[in-house]
Design a protein around this ligand. Structure first.
Ligand SMILES: C=C1C[C@]23C[C@@]1(O)CC[C@H]2[C@]1(C)CCC[C@@](C)(C(=O)O)[C@H]1[C@@H]3C(=O)O
Ligand SMILES: O=C(O)CCC(=O)C(=O)O
Ligand SMILES: [Fe+2]
Length: 402
């Protein structure tokens, strides 16, 4: 490639389209010869929140169809049970029975509840939020040091430009793995991708994820109890978890009634423990309408994901939810997604399967479902149903190619 052409292409790729879409040179595949120039260039627009959050003339890829866009008036509130998890596990049997009943009822209906008296240190929680502000307000090139690679679930992503062609979520995310069996995993990942000057973010989230894992196992005890399979069953299943921590950052948007921070979906994971800041924006779809979960600084929002729905043989529901944005202030949420070890077989306990309750989903591994959402299918409200058909079809003997 002639040096003149290469430098011209570089200046093209450095071109910042006035809507804040940066043509990112790192995504340009430099062709070996001029002849393949057009086909070989894969140019990914990149969402520069610092530019777009002040603009009304946003790219059409961010505008969602009429049926998905937020209702003009603030959604009515969904009141979900507030579980005193600390008291429950160490309190008197009568209180524990009441909590078990409330959790079971909520999980059979919409899969959402909140936990308080969770034992997470308030200073650690405040640090975790401060880390999100510090990270996402950095210049784009610095955030892109941790750029998510196609097909992978970890890393920095900005509205998934390049991953999806339309209905782009109005958010930036930073996701990384957390495994209790590897206490250095979070710090090592953050320092390796973002650099030594971000070690403190790694240390804060290593502690945060360790606390999330502890809380997840306590919640698994409650879920086991409420399903009548005993406190130990699911706790044991998730002792060695391979979970995902995701930091969500939703910049202000000047067209908040036409865009979504996170589109309608059910979490493909097992259990989500989410702490939202005081801005509000999480909405759950139940009884035919979107309803908001009001933020509580002292509470974590907990919801059942697709994988746990399969582990409960469909008894507990993985429910449709989304995140709306606003035109005034950024919103952030810290989402810990509990996931089993990659190759553990996901199947319900025998006691939840009988003639009246046949198997709702085939056996699968979390690795296969995660792979499905990262490489083949954008998680939505029917991921588990589509995935189930997909894996059954994969197991059929493939017709010989003629
Ligand atoms: C396994 C996962 C896929 C998504 C992150 C998560 O860890 C759990 C939630 C999933 C997601 C948020 C559901 C909505 C669509 C999605 C593409 C997103 O908006 O971020 C999903 C995540 C993903 O990166 O695929
Ligand atoms: O930000 C929120 O409140 C919800 C985010 C969410 O549903 C997710 O990341 O799966
Ligand atoms: Fe979600």
């Amino acid at each position: 490639l002639s040096s003149e052409l290469e430098s011209a292409l570089h200046s093209l790729c450095q071109l910042r389209i006035d809507l804040g879409f940066l043509i990112d040179p790192s995504f340009v595949v430099w062709p070996s010869t001029l002849g393949f120039l057009v086909q070989s260039i894969m140019v990914q627009p990149v969402f520069d929140a610092a530019v777009l959050s002040g603009r009304a003339d946003i790219p059409s890829q961010f505008i969602w169809p009429e049926g998905d866009s937020p209702t003009p008036d603030a959604a009515e509130e969904l009141h979900v049970p507030l579980i005193d998890i600390g008291g429950m596990l160490s309190g008197d049997p009568a209180a524990a029975a009441e909590v078990t009943r409330l959790v079971g009822e909520a999980c059979e209906r919409h899969g959402f509840f909140q936990v308080v008296n969770h034992g997470i240190d308030a200073e650690l929680l405040a640090d975790a939020h401060r880390c999100v502000d510090n990270f996402f307000t950095m210049p784009l090139p610095e955030k892109q040091r941790a750029l998510r690679h196609p097909g992978e679930s970890c890393g920095y992503a900005s509205s998934f430009t390049g991953r999806f062609a339309s209905k782009l979520p109005w958010k930036e995310t930073l996701s990384f793995r957390s495994c209790p069996s590897d206490p250095a995993l979070v710090v090592d990942y953050i320092v390796a991708t973002l650099g030594e000057d971000h070690r403190r973010l790694g240390e804060v989230y290593a502690r945060y994820c360790s606390e999330m894992s502890r809380l997840s196992l306590e919640i698994m005890e409650v879920l086991g109890e409420s399903l009548g399979v005993g406190r130990a069953h699911y706790r044991r299943f998730f002792e060695g978890n391979d979970s995902i921590m995701r930091l969500n950052y939703y910049p202000p948007c000047q067209r908040p009634l036409e865009t979504l921070g996170t589109g309608p979906h059910c979490d493909p994971t097992s259990l989500t423990i989410l702490h939202q800041d005081n801005v509000g924006g999480l909405q759950v779809h139940t009884e035919g309408r979107w309803r908001s979960i009001r933020p509580r600084a002292d509470a974590f929002v907990v919801n059942i994901g697709d994988t746990f729905m399969a582990l409960s043989n469909g008894r507990y529901k993985s429910c449709l939810h989304r995140a709306v944005v606003n035109s005034r202030v950024p919103r952030k949420s810290l989402a810990f997604f509990l996931c089993p070890e990659m190759d553990k077989v996901v199947a319900p306990p025998g006691t939840l399967v009988d003639a009246a309750n046949p198997r709702a989903y085939p056996d699968f591994t979390w690795r296969s479902l995660l792979d499905f959402t990262q490489k083949h299918y954008r998680a939505d409200m029917k991921t588990l149903e589509v995935f189930s058909s997909w894996i059954v079809q994969q197991q059929q003997p493939q017709p010989a190619r003629t």
